[in-house]
Design a protein around this ligand. Structure first.
Ligand code: UGA
Length: 421
């Protein structure tokens, strides 16, 4: 099939590259010419495991990056994969979805051909039908264009693997021929396909993320309770997760969830509920527990080292999770902000995210190794579950005082205190 993917962020670029690997001819559109040049040169502008190899293999053959919308005129399908960041009030900023819809419409006005427009961006229920459809039809000046919603469930750092081995594929659409066309894109992927209404497909994505976030906040609350009594929350949740009805996934207690998805999607669902006159008590608590959890890191630190002014604090891990350089809503951000506010000297190390965090905190010290960050430190905070950190041992001996507080259960070093274990 000929496919156009609009947006070359994490979702767009992974989707485009993986679709080209499946044998489709894919054009990925991005407004930034530097980004498209980098993609066409075979170099992904983001770090994502396995993407580099697939991009190099397919670029110039079945995959092409461009700033030009003209390719959609002979595409069978157009996937909208632009960002929907959250605004101050928690609502999703749909300006990029609107802009993409308008560009699609303007280009379809110049051709007889009508591809199916598939929304993949995470959007509040009602967006595809209430915003994308009317904008595309208005600028295209026609009414015979079909629409579908096909949410993605890719995890950053494991996105390529998740693309080829999903738990399910959800296709929201209004008739069988649209379903058949969209489903055929994934014909080589072995996964159950669920067909739903467009609104339900939009809701499935938000609710999936909200439920996973709920599991994390629940585990964190249980961890906080367990720690008071010296009970290991990891033993507890292992036993709890062995119940098939609960499952062992997303029960790892720690400093809370970050990233560009969970905080944004829970906030979007809260906004959606409230704008429909509902009070989403559980969802609001999920966010509250997550906010408080970062403060606990500082609370334990201050209990152990006293006043933070002038103290050298090593922060290990800046990315919102392992295997990514993404620092969006990373739990390291509120922790570093508070450390700086209290006058601490922050010495940070992340295996890949030093550069991305430097844009947020240009004035802290970034180190090339964990050992360098730990040298002469008064305390250490572990913020990301990088597997490499599990091998750290002698490096901690270089600290001035060996106060090691873990926000993620990853160290094998014995002399450490967990945030909630
Ligand atoms: C999440 C979902 O897992 C994907 O299914 C979804 O497609 C994606 O959002 C999205 O909406 O695009 P992602 O944000 O990449 O994926 O990362 P996760 O692996 O889900 O982790 C999110 C956060 O939760 C991280 O900060 C991680 O450290 C934290 N986490 C995860 C925990 O604190 N405990 C856990 O047990 C699991």
């Amino acid at each position: 099939m000929k496919i156009t993917v609009i947006g070359a962020g994490y979702v767009g670029l992974v989707t485009a590259t993986c679709l080209s690997e499946l044998g489709h001819i894919v054009h990925v559109i991005n407004r930034d010419p530097h980004k498209t040049a980098s993609i066409n040169a075979g170099s992904p502008p983001i770090y994502e495991k396995g993407l580099d190899t697939l991009l190099k293999k397919n670029i110039g053959k079945t995959l092409f990056a461009t700033t030009d919308y003209r390719n959609i005129r002979d595409s069978n399908l157009v996937f909208i994969c632009v960002g929907t960041p959250h605004q101050q009030d928690g609502s999703a900023d749909l300006s990029m979805v609107r802009a993409a819809s308008r560009s699609i419409g303007e280009n379809l006005a110049k051709t007889e051909h009508s591809p199916i427009i598939v929304v993949k961006s995470t959007v509040p229920p009602g967006t595809t039908e209430g915003i994308v459809r009317p904008i595309v039809l208005k600028y295209a000046g026609k009414s015979d264009i079909s629409f579908a919603m096909n949410p993605e469930f890719l995890r950053e750092g494991r996105a390529v693997e998740d693309f080829f081995h999903p738990d399910r594929i959800v296709i929201g659409c209004s008739d069988n021929s649209i379903f058949t066309h969209v489903a055929s894109v994934y014909r080589n992927i072995d996964a159950p396909i669920l067909v739903t209404s467009i609104d339900a497909a939009e809701m499935i994505k938000l609710v999936s993320n909200a439920f996973l976030a709920t599991k994390i906040s629940f585990s964190n609350e249980i961890g906080n309770i367990c720690k008071r009594d010296g009970i290991d929350v990891y033993e507890v949740m292992k036993g709890v997760g062995m119940d098939e009805r609960i499952s062992p996934h997303f029960l790892n207690a720690g400093v809370g969830f970050g990233g560009s998805c969970f905080p944004k999607d829970v906030a979007a669902l809260i906004y959606f509920a409230e704008s429909h006159g509902e009070d989403p008590i559980i969802l609001k608590s999920v966010m509250k527990v997550n906010e408080i959890q970062a403060n606990r890191m500082l609370f334990i630190l201050k209990k152990r080292v006293g006043e933070l002014k002038g103290k050298r604090i090593a922060v290990l891990g800046l990315a919102f999770k392992d295997d990514t350089d993404d620092v969006r809503d990373s739990r390291a951000i509120p922790v570093i902000s508070q450390l700086l506010q209290e006058g601490a000297i922050v010495v940070a190390f992340d295996p890949v995210a030093n550069i991305t965090m430097e844009k947020i905190f240009p004035n802290i010290c970034y180190c090339g190794t964990a050992e360098e960050a730990l040298t002469d430190a008064d305390a250490c905070l572990v913020m990301t579950e990088w597997p490499d950190f599990s091998r750290l041992g002698n490096e901690f001996e270089r600290m001035k005082s060996k106060i090691v507080i873990e926000g993620r259960r990853i160290l094998s070093y014995h002399d450490r205190e967990g945030i909630c274990w």
